[in-house]
Design a protein around this ligand. Sequence first.
Ligand code: 5GP
Length: 161
Amino acid sequence: SREELKNRVEKLGYEISQDYQGRELHLVGVLNGAFMFIADLARHLRIPCQICFLQASSYKDKQVSTGEVILMHNLDLSGKDVLVVEDIFDTGLTLKHIKEDLKMQKPASLEICTLLNKRIQDKIDIYVKYIGFEIEDRFVVGYGLDYAEKFRELPYISCLD
Ligand code: 5GP
């Protein structure tokens, strides 16, 4: 619900602020799905930060992964403390590509924060430091997440089926 999201995002902001105290954090939002989450998360940080974005290909109109990930950005994160902000960790394919891509820029540190972690059987083994909610294996929309570009505006998260 709207309330649960608000409370959890606030807690994540507090936790991240504690962990990165005394450092400047570079939040890298994964477009399009993470736009609402990163906006709310940033408002709960108590440390200086910079906010930038990269674009990752989505499932488009399908509810299953095509296995193809295309990243677009012109970031320079060399020597920065980077926190990737993602909407949902499903198979992990997207995050794996993002991590490998950003690592090449030699950031001082590189961690991941995902709003949702979907419980599925075959997940790629990636360390995700911050997780908002664990969810079951269902297709969700709202709070930035879409189905065929619809439902992103919902202030809560809902199952499509
Ligand atoms: P992964 O690469 O981890 O399998 O999938 C990550 C991406 O797939 C997410 O960033 C998101 O765009 C999309 N995705 C995965 N599961 C869902 C879901 O339940 N709902 C929506 N709307 N997108 C999803």
